[in-house]
Design a protein around this ligand. Sequence first.
Ligand SMILES: *[C@@H]1O[C@H](CO)[C@@H](O)[C@H](O)[C@H]1NC(C)=O
Ligand SMILES: *[C@@H]1O[C@H](CO)[C@@H](O)[C@H](O)[C@H]1NC(C)=O
Ligand SMILES: *[C@@H]1O[C@H](CO)[C@@H](O)[C@H](O)[C@H]1NC(C)=O
Ligand SMILES: *[C@@H]1O[C@H](CO)[C@@H](O)[C@H](O)[C@H]1NC(C)=O
Ligand SMILES: *[C@@H]1O[C@H](CO)[C@@H](O)[C@H](O)[C@H]1NC(C)=O
Length: 139
Amino acid sequence: MASPLFILLMLQAFLVSTSVSSTVSFSLNQTETLLKWKTSLDNQSQSFLSSWVGDRPCRWVGIACNKAKRIISISIHDYGLRGTIHGLNFFAFPDLMQLNLSNNSLHGTIPSHIVKLSKLTYLVLSYNNFSGNIPFEGT
Ligand SMILES: *[C@@H]1O[C@H](CO)[C@@H](O)[C@H](O)[C@H]1NC(C)=O
Ligand SMILES: *[C@@H]1O[C@H](CO)[C@@H](O)[C@H](O)[C@H]1NC(C)=O
Ligand SMILES: *[C@@H]1O[C@H](CO)[C@@H](O)[C@H](O)[C@H]1NC(C)=O
Ligand SMILES: *[C@@H]1O[C@H](CO)[C@@H](O)[C@H](O)[C@H]1NC(C)=O
Ligand SMILES: *[C@@H]1O[C@H](CO)[C@@H](O)[C@H](O)[C@H]1NC(C)=O
């Protein structure tokens, strides 16, 4: 269950980025979000993620789910992935507990909305080329 705050933040993000529509859905599709991110990576990285096809992400390499088939872990380390994580919309993974992207060749900034992952207890982004600030939940 998304918290009211979470919903509110998504609502605000949506209102800013699009003109208002009453038919908007606020739950992002976790499968489509991962596939979209995959296409943002270079060809070799995409070939490392060759199991990432179809609509059963719980069976994909590096992905683990809970019984409700919601993704709780994304662990793709030591893969040599090249690209950014700008296209990885973490609002699609409200149950995410673990994110390990260690030892790839990812660059760019870490999206600030990563701090909205309230269940995240394990985050490893080491051995990449990320730049900029590490987001934190300011008060
Ligand atoms: C990536 O693959 C696509 C289609 O397979 C090809 O058109 C493109 O040139 C490739 N890009 C690189 C950088 O190899
Ligand atoms: C998410 O997207 C996939 C692929 O487009 C689709 O098969 C699936 O039914 C969608 N899931 C939900 C919950 O909408
Ligand atoms: C990173 O991954 C490569 C294999 O892709 C491995 O050879 C190397 O030891 C790893 N480096 C670290 C710091 O884990
Ligand atoms: C995270 O990735 C590193 C490799 O860089 C690995 O040593 C570590 O075991 C991974 N942690 C988990 C929990 O998978
Ligand atoms: C990071 O960037 C530097 C300079 O561009 C490069 O030498 C290095 O190999 C990169 N490291 C990784 C892990 O991609």
